[in-house]
Design a protein around this ligand. Structure first.
Ligand SMILES: Nc1nc2c(ncn2[C@@H]2O[C@H](COP(=O)(O)OP(=O)(O)O)[C@@H](O)[C@H]2O)c(=O)[nH]1
Ligand SMILES: [Mg+2]
Length: 358
């Protein structure tokens, strides 16, 4: 059995890139490979999607060497959906093939480009079993779940991607980062009804229901949508990070979230700075400012100033992490004096500089 296979000696980090067909998984793998390589990370991309015809990235392992979708469809008389499920079940039954391929790259950071069929992440168990085996081989993966951001412009579709994202999170059982992909095209089919942070942080969904009720077609489905939204809110797990693969800032946000989710940022694979460590530890990546940046760049329709909209809240303009001693005491503007780590007489403090619209 698989458990008796030789195990790679060290922990191997990486990403399982999932999401519906056309959401941008292959493009993301190519962009992330390039982005991480420039930062000095040795990246290996594995194509696990038998439906990928053209592979734009440098691929170290390709499922097509094991099983081809066209052969399965022709040979077994299956359609594309049944064919894909068969391919993943075939991979599950031949995991020794996968291990023998992966072992050659065990000093690399992995990106797995996965098939897009939603059933594979909500019903079928093959992908889940493959992931469980990868975990036994010491892979520490983050699921990076991409969904097309233009769904935000249609409230009914947004509820449906919330449901898909939640059920994928529960089924895949990995550290998970949800992405709104192609954020540069967010308004290509319509305008956003709310500010972008409403969609990225999945704030009070009752506003979405009210908005949906204005459409006569959905008026009759209010109770159904209300119940669906309650499930999302009860779990309180789904949020999104905006991404345009050509925008380095958004790529950096995604990388940080992924590294934090699987613990890569706490490992010894890369040179660490105290700031990066503390930033990950205290969660000082301010999602709101991230969404504001993306909104300013990519959302045209909302004329209201985002800062005006957020009046009455505190905003963190900048923060600084330093070691405070008796000679270099804590400045007055520290908001969170308890947020430090005490080591005898030296305290690592985070100094916030902020402003309020209250
Ligand atoms: N404008 C824009 N297009 C993107 C982005 N990411 C992917 N795409 C496009 O979306 C389409 C589908 O992408 P692909 O990677 O093949 O999706 P997959 O089926 O999930 O692997 C391609 O035409 C990509 O060029 C993005 O961030 N911005
Ligand atoms: Mg693809």
């Amino acid at each position: 059995m698989m458990s008796e296979e030789p195990r790679p000696p060290t922990v191997i980090f990486g990403q399982m890139v999932i999401g519906p067909p056309g959401s941008g998984k292959t493009t993301y793998c190519m962009a992330m490979q390039e982005f991480l390589s420039k930062l000095g990370r040795k990246v290996a991309v594995v194509n696990l999607d038998p439906a990928n015809d053209l592979i734009p990235y440098q691929c170290c392992v390709d499922i097509a060497e094991l099983v081809k979708l066209d052969d399965v469809m022709d040979g077994l008389g299956l359609g594309p959906n049944g064919g894909l499920i068969y391919c993943m079940e075939y991979l599950e039954a031949n995991l020794d093939w996968l291990l023998s391929k992966l072992e050659r790259f065990k000093d690399c950071y992995f990106l797995f480009d996965c098939p897009g069929q939603v059933e594979l992440y909500t019903h079928n168990c093959s992908v889940r079993n493959i992931l469980a085996q990868l975990a036994k081989w010491n892979f520490r993966l983050t699921a990076v779940h991409l969904v097309d951001s233009h769904y935000c412009t249609d409230p009914a579709k947004f509820i449906s991607i919330l449901c898909t994202s939640l059920s994928t999170m529960l089924q895949v059982e990995l550290p998970h980062v949800n992405i709104l992909s192609k954020i540069d095209l967010i308004e290509q089919f319509g305008k956003l009804a709310f500010n972008l942070d409403y969609y990225t942080e999945v704030l009070d969904l009752s506003y979405l229901l009210d908005h949906l009720a204005k459409d006569p077609f959905f008026k009759n489905f209010r109770q159904l949508n209300k119940k669906l939204v309650e499930v999302i809110e009860d779990y309180s797990l789904v949020s999104f990070i905006p991404l345009n693969v050509q925008d380095k800032e958004t790529m950096k946000h995604v990388m940080k979230a992924v590294d934090k989710a699987n613990g890569y940022c706490f490992g010894d694979s890369e040179k660490r700075t105290l700031e990066a460590m503390m930033s990950a530890a205290v969660g000082a990546d301010f999602q709101f400012s991230m969404s504001m940046d993306a909104q300013e760049k990519y959302v045209k329709s909302i004329e209201k100033d985002v800062e005006e909209e957020a009046a009455g809240n505190w905003f963190i303009e900048s923060y600084q992490i330093c070691v405070c001693t008796e000679e270099h005491p804590t400045p007055e503007n520290v908001l969170d004096p308890g947020g430090g780590v005490e080591s005898q007489r030296e305290v690592v403090c985070i100094h916030f500089k902020g402003w309020s619209n209250a």
